[in-house]
Design a protein around this ligand. Structure first.
Ligand code: ATP
Ligand code: MG
Length: 411
């Protein structure tokens, strides 16, 4: 029989990979907590409407990437492709739209039917924050500062740059859209089929195209700057001032539009040159219209999401493998005492293991091989005297320690 393989675009996290993954999630959770974000867990699948209605009919995610299927009861279900829609749905379903602001952190798997490559999977994982309620640019600045602090805490900030843009308010976008339609219509012949489609429905999304021919045309497209209303440019100016105050360095990039349709005003990406074409590690912006799309009241909000796999790949030093204390009984009588000592170590928070078989020599070999930091050796004479030989496997020193002192000695 041929051995079973993981489904295309999925992978197993084992050993160093799992430790990196865990580090990213823990660091992000801890830093986000210092900003006052509380963790929410929303379901991994939702009714398809939660995504199809809100992410935008023309977004790549909705048109090409969603894992959608009918369940056994005939309901259309979608595995979540991103986290924001579920958080906003939860805000509305739990009647929390009147208790704002809500500051949400989340971490978990997302699913997109994509062509797998380095840094791009079908099941991938994100951390994210959402700050729901405030309309002030201070909220945008704070959310971005939180993201930047996480990148710093992970040691990847030196390799990433914050690229910032504004998508303006509705009026700015309408004026800009007309300008874009004029420009792209004149270059219709060179555009990809996807972009011709976008030209009809949402021309701003052409700016985000990954098609090479599209990109050459996009390079000459007008930018939004000339179309911003007075309030929209004041918002953008204020955000930039506050990022300076938060000490978050950034550069402006007028091509950033974000992949999903519900964004306005702030759009940003933290990008790196170290991951090839999968260079965006963290991305977000302001989405004042989404909660209303979910059937709630109009509610301003801003947030970001980051790919855990991409952050793990960027992190230079892998967290080290944990090392145990090996408890080694010599003889049958010693095994009973070994169990007491094992449990005393564990209840003191010390990682302790026992080999299930083998003589002293074999067990010592195994302890060394698995990188144990110490061995607690229990022979008959020692047990009679109420002590064990505690050997430091790094320095090689060994001495007799009374049973009750072993945990404090090894902590
Ligand atoms: P891309 O342009 O790389 O397709 P996107 O615009 O689709 O990204 P977002 O929806 O903004 O990505 O998701 C936020 C982050 O999640 C990305 O910046 C990236 O780090 C990560 N991400 C998105 N899709 C994948 C994937 N298929 N595999 C791994 N990470 C992903
Ligand atoms: Mg994508």
């Amino acid at each position: 029989m041929t051995a079973l393989q993981p489904a295309r675009g999925t992978h197993d996290f084992i050993g160093e990979e799992q430790r990196r993954f865990h580090r990213v999630t823990e660091v992000a959770r801890r830093v986000a907590a210092t900003y006052g974000f509380d963790e929410w867990m929303t379901p991994i699948f939702e009714d398809t409407g939660v995504f199809a209605r809100t992410l935008g009919e023309t977004s790549d995610v909705v048109t090409k990437e969603m894992y959608t299927f009918d369940d056994r009861g005939g309901e259309s279900i979608t595995l979540r492709p991103e986290g924001t829609a579920g958080v906003c749905r939860a805000l509305v379903s739990n009647g929390m739209t009147q208790s704002l602001p809500q500051k949400v952190f989340y971490a978990g798997p997302m699913f997109r039917y994509e062509r797998p490559q380095k840094g791009r999977f079908r099941q991938f994982h994100q951390i994210g924050t959402e700050l729901i309620g405030p309309a002030e640019p201070l909220a945008d600045a704070e959310v971005i500062a939180c993201g930047w602090d996480i990148l710093k805490a992970l040691g990847v900030a030196d390799n990433t740059v914050l690229e910032l843009n504004t998508l303006g308010d509705r009026e700015s976008r309408d004026a800009y859209r007309d300008a874009l339609v004029g420009y792209f219509a004149a270059h219709r012949a060179g555009l990809s089929e996807d972009s011709l489609n976008r030209l009809e429905r949402n021309p701003m999304r052409i700016l985000d195209s990954k098609d090479d021919a599209d990109r050459r045309i996009v390079a000459g497209a007008p930018t939004i700057a000339a179309y911003l209303t007075e309030p929209a440019s004041a918002f953008y100016k204020k955000l930039q001032d506050q990022l300076v105050r938060f000490r978050v360095p950034f550069t402006e990039n007028p091509r950033i539009v974000r992949g999903l349709d519900y964004y306005g005003h702030t759009a940003f990406e933290f990008v790196t040159t170290k991951l090839g074409s999968q260079g965006t590690v963290m991305a977000g912006g302001r989405y004042d219209g989404l909660v209303a799309e979910m059937g709630g009241p109009v509610t301003p909000a801003v947030g970001w999401a980051a790919g855990i796999e991409r952050l793990s790949m960027l992190m230079e030093a892998a967290p080290s493998a944990p090392s145990s204390v090996a408890v080694i009984p010599v003889g049958d009588a010693a095994e009973a005492v070994a169990i007491d000592i094992l449990q005393a170590l564990r209840s003191n928070g010390i990682r302790a293991e026992i080999a299930y078989r083998g003589n002293l020599k074999r067990r010592m070999e195994r302890a060394n091989k698995t990188g144990a930091r110490a061995a607690v050796i229990l022979g008959d004479d020692d047990i009679a005297a109420g002590v064990a030989q505690v050997k430091d496997l790094t320095s090689g020193t060994q001495d007799a320690v009374p049973f009750s002192h072993i945990p404090s000695r090894l902590r």
